[in-house]
Structure formats: C-alpha cells, structure tokens
Write a protein of this length. Structure first.
Lengths: 365, 72
C-alpha cells in the first residue's frame, strides 16, 4: 500500500471534481490518500471521501473581474500569485516533513511538487489563449509552462490527444520539448456518471462560475426564461441559498444543488445551457448530450476560445451573454449542423488506463 | 528562494519592463508627431505614420503566422 498526496486548485470546483475518479481508483487499489486543499474544493473531497485524511493547504488569490476585461486584472495579480506560490512551496515542505509519501498529484497547483518524491501534474491547459495582439505574451507563457512542467514526471491532460477529437483544442497542445516528453493524454475525467432513465426535462440552465459575472448572467437569463416553452430547471449555483423557489408551472429555480443532484438533473435534461468551462464540457461529453448552448464568461479567454472552437468544429452553438436571445439561440443550437461532441472514451475506461499506464509504476514497487 | 519563484519573478519583471518600454515608445512617438504637426512638418508626420503602420502590420502579421502554423 502506497501513500498519495492529492492537491487540487480551489478556483471553482472543477479541479476537485475531476480528481474524484482518480482518488476512487487509488482507494480501490488499497492506497492511502491524503487530500491537501482549501475552501470548497477541500469540502467537496472531504464529503466524497470521509475515509481520507485532509489537510488545509491554501492556494492562490482569485483575480476575477467585474468587467469583460479580465486580462489586465489577471496580469496585475501576478505578484500576489507568485507570493502565494512561494508560501505554497514552504507549506508543502511542512506537509511532506510530517508523513512519507510515494506520489504527489497536483491538479493545477504550480508549486506542488518535490524533487525526492515522484510528482505528476494534472492540467487541461498546456497552452494559454490570449487575444492576437498579445502574441508575445502567449509565446512567453508556453516557455514558462515548459519550465514548470520540468518539475514533474508526467503531465496528465484530461483530454484526447491533439487530433480531431481533442475537446480542449489548442489549449491541450504541448508547446515545448519538456512538455512533449512528459505529457500523457488520459481522456476526459469527470465525477459525473451517465444514468439510465428518461430525459423528461426540456431545458437545464446551469448558472455557475465566478462572481460578479454569475449574478449578471442570472439576471439576463431570468428575464428571458419565460420566453421558452417546455419544462425548465434553473440551477443558480449560489451556495448561500437553499431550497427550491417554484416560479411557474413550466420552470423552477434551484438556488444550489449537490453534485449528485446536479448529476441527476443533467442526466434528465434534453438541452443544457451553461458556461463553456472545461469541467462542464467534460460532463457533457461523458453524458453524451448532443444539444447545448454555451455562454462564455466575459473576459475569460479559455471559455471564449472553447466557445469559438466548438462553433468552428460544428459541435455546439455559443452566444455572448451581451447578445443572448434565448429562444433564437436555442433554435440555432438545435439545428442539425451542430452534432455534439464526437464519440470518445469515457471516464471509467480512461481512469483505469491512467492508473495502469502512469500511476501504478510509482505505487506498486 | 525556490527556482520556480525566482524564474517567475524574473519573467514577470521582464514582462512589466516590456510594457513600460512599449508605453514609453508610444508616448515618445506621439509627442514627436504632435510637435511635427504643430511645426507644420507634414513630411515627418507622413513618414512617421507610414513607419508606425508598417511596424504594426508586421507585428500583427507575425502573430497571424504563428497562429496559422499552430505555434501559438
């Protein structure tokens, strides 16, 4: 039995939830897992794995912006993030001094690695997408990524290899030799499962992501939702509230749902409306949903790129929240030219292969 | 200090320095053009405008080429 430290980033729940199948597989192979995280990411994993020990491990400040110009604020936040990485390295030393570990799994936490312990890094962003005018910064980021990847034995990308079926497009394309040597494309990893059952919900609207843009999208959608016909559930993703606010005969509003309840709603939905965050994309791919409308968070270049990429591939329709016309955009998204994601291998198969081909070599010695 | 942090600090310093140099260049050329315009030296204004246009076009063309060849 080996001891593994799993440390996801707490910028949204996406990093923690995609680690759930990995942790489950480690536990199935009778390894001991310690979770090192903070905030909601830690809470989710503690709830999911009460048998695992968890330690509080602060990460980086979140530079989300109220305006559609996210980039300037993100650049201004760099010194704070660097300071947080420096603290993270010191805190990691304290954690590693207390217990012996055989493997470290860092999910997008740049400072979580050790020279004497095999370390692997999970990320879907080998490449950052910036507006064309900032191309030197994009080149610079590729080089910096390569330098950072040298710290790890493997870079695990929860996507298919860069072919026609890559869900993250250029984001998951390795740019330097250091990255190319270490990269392992695991295929999608998500805690959401496909369940048997009827699709009895016409629309599921999931309003998630960072504030204040989450609340802005909520206002835009609530003003338009009465214009669509059919049974609709609106999931607000607002943990401060609880319960169901029934609004009319055709739609209901749920302020917050657990991951299991959300999974149930997603399985029941014929059509999903959500942000184009990569975690949601993996969930939609896992469930094999073919009809969806994506609304990228303004200024988040990753989501804006994915929206553009899916439109270009003819997989899904996207619309900016500033130009959204719900009935019109739903009509467009249902056109036959949008095919949904191509057939790809699912999490169960992917995580088994990931364990056998990558993780086992460090744990079964 | 950890080498990751040192590299980050150096990289960041370089990035901010590049931004300061760019802003200074914009200020310098803007001022030069304004003075030339005020002095009635339209030849210099024309040559300056053409130079800025060419430099901007080359910059964007390199970006487009990098994107087209999947390097960024």
């Amino acid at each position: 039995m080996a001891h593994v430290l799993v440390s996801p980033l707490n910028w949204g729940l996406g990093h923690a939830t995609r680690d759930i199948p990995v942790i489950k597989t480690l536990l199935d192979h009778h390894h001991e897992v310690t979770i090192a995280a903070c905030g909601n990411a830690r809470s989710v994993l503690e709830r999911e794995f009460p048998e695992c020990r968890s330690v509080d491990f602060p990460d980086y400040p979140v530079p989300y912006s109220a305006s559609r110009f996210f980039l300037p604020k993100f650049v201004a936040f760099f010194p704070l993030i660097l300071k947080a990485i420096s603290d993270e390295r010191k805190n990691l030393d304290l954690i590693l001094a207390k217990d012996p570990y055989d493997l470290i799994i860092s999910d997008n936490r740049l400072g979580v690695y050790a020279s004497k312990i095999p370390s692997v890094f999970i990320t879907h962003q080998l490449h950052y997408h910036l507006p064309l005018i900032f191309w030197p910064a994009e080149l610079f980021a590729v080089a910096m990524n390569g330098f950072q990847h040298e710290k790890y034995r493997h870079i695990i990308v929860p996507d298919n290899p860069p072919t026609q079926t890559a869900l993250a497009g250029k984001l998951s394309r390795p740019g330097t030799d250091a990255t190319k040597k270490r990269v392992y494309f695991s295929g999608i990893l998500t805690s959401t499962h496909k369940c048997d059952g009827e699709e009895d919900l016409d629309y599921l609207i999931m309003i998630s992501g960072p504030e204040p843009q989450r609340t802005r999208l909520e206002k835009i959608l609530l003003q338009q939702v009465h214009k669509i016909e059919g049974r609709c559930v609106i999931l607000l993703g607002s943990p401060g509230n609880s319960g169901t606010w029934k609004q009319s005969d055709t739609y209901s509003i749920i302020p917050y749902a657990s991951t299991r309840d959300k999974e149930g709603l997603m399985n029941r939905a014929k059509f999903i409306i959500c942000r184009s965050g990569y975690t949601s994309m993996m969930e939609i791919a896992e469930l094999g949903k073919r009809h969806a409308l994506f609304i990228p968070t303004p200024g988040q270049t990753e989501q804006e790129y994915l929206s553009w990429y899916y439109e270009k591939k003819g997989w899904f329709h996207s619309q900016s929240q500033y130009r959204l016309n719900l009935p019109v955009d739903i009509g467009l998204a249902q056109q036959p030219r949008y095919t949904g994601f191509p057939a790809i291998s699912k999490t169960k198969e992917n995580v088994k292969r990931l364990y056998d081909q990558v993780l086992a070599q460090y744990l079964e010695r | 200090m950890d080498d990751l942090v040192v590299t980050g600090v150096l990289g960041l310093t370089g990035l901010y320095l590049a931004a300061v140099i760019l802003l200074f260049a914009i200020y310098f050329f803007g001022r030069l053009m304004y003075i030339s315009l005020a002095a009635g030296d339209f030849g210099l204004v024309l040559r300056g405008s053409i130079a800025i246009l060419i430099a901007g076009s080359v910059y964007l063309a390199v970006g487009c080429w990098l994107r087209k060849t999947d390097q960024i």
